[in-house]
Design a binder for this molecule. Structure first.
Ligand code: SF4
Ligand code: FES
Length: 360
């Protein structure tokens, strides 16, 4: 059954996955197991068209992501195309492989914002998690250059068992780097990360301590840095409104041009995704079967269907519901009202100190 919502909202953000190529091997990578090949990547002109179509739909921001977007030789042209379409452009980069000259060229092309991920607060641990020697030093060097050029900087930290006890040190590092914002995200267990779930899962005590530290840091650093953080899924009582609700806020275009309602949507079997090579972004947003599949609330089962929160969290994450229950229409088992919630509690207690399986 497909449903449409009476007034289709305008999407706010476009996630443009320019390439799946990446120099790092993070064990929590949320990209799909099957990566798009370089030969299948959209060309510059197609991205430029997509950006104009996105702006016409009401999109304000484009997040240039990957993989490592700087692996694309035409990244400056892509940034210029975003500027020409009047989109605010955010480069999401590992910083590895981005020289100062390249950053200057990107800035000259109209880049508005840079987001750099860090894996931990010390080189030993950060490089181990990234699977790349010297990664943290390169990130620090590029962050300094971003600030020197006057570009706003966000530091992104993905936390898990090996680094969650260093949250304060990582926020201190973000401050020292001159970031105006730090995003503390917990590993989402889909894509490659699912393989490493037991090796990445924090303990309940770690999560509770981290939540307290974040609150204290928000007070301590008020006015100096914005701290974005949420309680990790497996330890929450209610799910988050994943991607702001399916087909409501965001559009994700893969390197090969497939348009997804969320980053992980391809894990759900049977969804029909349309491609920007064959359709305009506007048509896809309004009419593609995958976007309409879980729009609104008509698709919901109990307990979501009669729940007062259904217009707030939209039943949680469809991908997680499928991965944990085999039914993409089920209530996200993260919700304590889900009949499958005990499964999440069990999985949150499964930990193994096995070596990481690095993204290859
Ligand atoms: Fe959200 Fe559904 Fe849980 Fe209600 S039952 S809180 S709508 S996930
Ligand atoms: Fe797909 Fe949450 S990641 S809906």
């Amino acid at each position: 059954m497909t449903t449409t919502i009476p007034t289709l909202p305008a999407p706010l953000g476009l996630l443009a996955e320019l390439t799946h190529r990446c120099p790092l091997g993070c064990p929590y990578c949320s990209n799909p197991l099957e990566l798009d090949k370089r030969s299948d990547e959209l060309d510059t002109a197609t991205w430029a068209r997509v950006f104009h179509e996105a702006a016409a739909l009401g999109v304000l921001q484009v997040h240039l992501s990957g993989g490592e977007p700087a692996a694309r030789r035409d990244l400056e042209d892509i940034v210029q195309a975003a500027r020409d379409a009047s989109l605010y452009s955010n480069l999401i980069t590992s910083a590895v492989g981005v020289t100062n000259e390249r950053l200057l060229a990107l800035s000259d092309a109209g880049l508005d914002h840079v987001q750099i991920s860090i894996q931990d607060s010390t080189p030993e641990s950060a490089d181990h998690i990234a699977g790349y020697k010297g990664a943290l030093a390169r990130k620090q060097a590029l962050a300094a250059e971003v600030v020197r050029l006057g570009l706003p900087l966000t530091v992104n930290v993905v936390v898990h068992r090996a680094n969650i006890d260093h949250i304060e040190a990582m926020v201190d590092l973000a401050l020292a780097l001159g970031a105006g914002r730090v995003e503390i995200a917990h590993v989402q267990y889909y894509g490659w990360a699912l393989k490493n779930r037991a090796a990445l899962m924090p303990t309940r005590e770690q999560v509770e301590r981290a939540v307290g530290q974040v609150e204290a840091m928000r007070t301590r650093h008020h006015g100096r840095i914005v701290i974005d953080a949420v309680v990790p899924d497996y330890f929450a009582r209610f799910p988050k409104p994943c991607v702001g609700g399916w087909g409501r806020r965001s559009i994700n275009v893969t390197p090969a041009g497939k348009v997804l309602p969320c980053h992980a949507a391809e894990v759900i079997p049977g969804l029909e995704f349309w491609n920007v090579r064959a359709h305009s972004l506007g048509d896809i947003w309004r009419s593609s079967p995958a976007f309409n599949e879980f729009r609104g609330t008509g698709w919901m089962q109990e307990p979501c269907r009669s729940c007062v929160r259904k217009d707030k969290d939209f039943g949680g994450c469809r991908c997680q519901a499928f991965l944990l229950t085999g039914d993409a229409r089920a209530t996200d088992p993260v919700c304590h009202l889900s009949p499958h919630h005990a499964l999440v509690e069990q999985l949150a207690d499964v930990r193994a100190d096995a070596p990481y399986s690095y993204r290859s």
